[in-house]
Write a protein that binds this ligand. Sequence first.
Ligand SMILES: [Zn+2]
Ligand SMILES: [Zn+2]
Ligand SMILES: [Zn+2]
Length: 139
Amino acid sequence: MDKCSTTELLKATKTKMTDARSKILNILLESETPLTANELHIAVSDSSSIDLATVYRALKVFVEKGLARALHIDGETIYYEKACEHNPLHAHFHCEVCGAVECLNPFGFDESSAFMKMAKDKEISSVELVIKGRCSKCV
Ligand SMILES: [Zn+2]
Ligand SMILES: [Zn+2]
Ligand SMILES: [Zn+2]
């Protein structure tokens, strides 16, 4: 399967299904790059009148249920991306010139065990790693 089904993900995580939630989740599943709440809002409002507060509430639920990751990339805007099997944990690159955010290759077994080792007696709920600099267009 090359894409998760919105309905099945919501069902599997016992998340209440609403029209707005399925639409928002579907955009996250289809996007290859992290999106901000504003970008998601613009994308859903093409087809229906869902307000920004609804988008924020849905995203909060998705993060709690492990369907999405919240990324604190530049300390201001929060970005969201799918957290299903099609999008394993990875670091992000943030261009300090143009603001572009890029997903890097997924962490392999070695990197993952390194994180586990660093936090040995702790319970990890999320790992965020942001590499900053200039992207290839801005060098
Ligand atoms: Zn998926
Ligand atoms: Zn750039
Ligand atoms: Zn990413």
